[in-house]
Design a protein around this ligand. Structure first.
Ligand code: AMP
Length: 213
């Protein structure tokens, strides 16, 4: 089974992905996480992606499509949650042909709908573990020690693109590029809208109901 989690930054895609990989046999392709690992490792990809990410802009489609192609080849036959990909109509069309080449299909696209005012609050307060990816929030889900992950002991940080100045651009990119991608998936009949302002366990149930796991 292949499913996409699509939604604005901070709409809860990463949190739900973690729930689903823990409880069911999915692998998660988070393109944002892959890019952050590439930056941390100082690879060519990381160097290329960093300037776009620091400004809240999208990394070019050809780079992203190449990353996803490699990932799908390495994970053939597995059930994938696409978290943060596709973000443009071109990426969406490429994904369809990549899956087709593997005789695979896209089962559902979950659109995480949320009030934009909640997003700023979620993103400015969000903290993440650089080692295991656990997601915290300074008010609603703080780690016991501000800088140490409760799960793995890794470093908990405030992502540099979760600062208000960058968030504004990321939300603008979402409207401009991902808005049309959502419309594209609506036209394919695969799109399911999820109310993601709710508590994570309630968002989980909405998705679970649709994919009947
Ligand atoms: P995320 O962790 O999904 O919020 O992604 C963080 C940043 O990585 C985005 O603001 C983009 O700069 C870049 N990025 C992640 N996924 C994509 C994608 N599918 N297309 C273009 N840029 C991406």
């Amino acid at each position: 089974m292949n499913i996409i989690f699509i939604g604005a930054p901070g709409s809860g895609k990463g949190t739900q992905s973690r729930e689903f990989i823990e409880k069911y046999k999915f692998v998660q392709l988070s393109t944002g996480d892959l890019l952050r690992s590439a930056i941390a490792a100082g690879t060519v990809l990381g160097l290329e992606a960093k300037s776009f990410m620091d400004q809240g802009k999208l990394v070019p489609d050809d780079v992203m499509i190449g990353i996803v192609k490699d990932y799908l080849e390495a994970n053939k036959g597995k059930s994938v949650i696409f978290d943060g990909f596709p973000r443009t109509v071109e990426q969406a069309k490429s994904l369809a042909s990549m899956l087709n080449q593997q005789n695979s299909i896209l089962d559902k696209v979950f659109y995480f709908k949320i009030n934009p005012l909640i997003l700023i609050e979620r993103l400015t307060g969000r903290r993440v573990c650089t080692k295991c990816g656990e997601i915290y929030h300074v008010k609603t889900k703080p780690s016991k020690n501000e800088f140490v992950c409760d799960v793995c002991g890794g470093s908990v940080v405030h992502r540099s693109d979760d600062k208000e100045s960058v968030i504004v651009e990321r939300l603008a990119q979402f409207e401009k590029n991902t808005g049309p991608t959502i419309e594209y998936y609506k036209s394919t009949g695969l799109l399911v809208e999820i109310e993601s302002s709710l508590a994570p366990e309630l968002v989980f149930k909405q998705i679970q109901k649709v994919i009947a796991l």
